[in-house]
Design a protein around this ligand. Structure first.
Ligand code: ZN
Length: 166
């Protein structure tokens, strides 16, 4: 078979494997049918191969058992692929699992977000309190500086008075 023609094969050629699920298996490098999509599991890196009618499907990795989405080859139109009802059923249930996982992580992110917001609020309150204290200290400092100035002034007047009257 001519390898260069692989991507040009139309979907649903007579030699395509009839059963998508049965075609999903670990790779035997010498015997990949030309209609298969070959890709790596994003979780464990295992090379996977599936009949091209599996494009866009959510499947379970044979190695790590994570649910992965089969990539859609360039130029392939999903509506060209008609899935048998039982396949659609499996797909729907896999989608439900993924949706539930996504909802879990959204809930977790929302909780983390709330926690961060509270931390930021606590920190800004502490900063405001510090700014207040700093202003108080500045006021006290300038009051002290003024008193010292007045005391120095009185002292030198006293000295002048003593000098003049000695
Ligand atoms: Zn995997």
């Amino acid at each position: 078979m001519n390898e260069e023609n692989t991507s040009a094969n139309p979907i649903g050629t007579p030699d395509a494997a009839p059963d998508v699920v049965a075609a999903f298996e670990e790779i035997d490098t010498d015997q990949i049918p030309s209609t298969d999509i070959v890709f790596e599991c994003p979780y464990c890196g295992k090379s996977l191969s599936i009949d091209q009618r599996g494009a866009g499907l959510v499947i379970e990795c044979t190695t790590c058992h994570q649910l992965v989405t089969v990539p859609i080859p360039e130029g392939m139109v999903l509506s060209d692929i008609d899935l048998p009802p039982e396949e659609q059923e499996t797909q729907l249930s896999n989608m439900r699992v993924m949706l539930s996982k996504a909802q879990d992580s959204i809930a977790q992110l929302t909780a983390e977000n709330q926690e961060l917001r509270e931390k930021v609020e606590t920190m800004s309150k502490a900063m405001v309190a510090r700014a207040h204290r700093l202003t108080e200290l500045r006021t006290m400092y300038s009051a002290l500086a003024k008193s010292q100035e007045e005391a120095t002034d009185s002292l030198s007047r006293l000295r002048r008075f003593l000098d003049e009257n000695s």
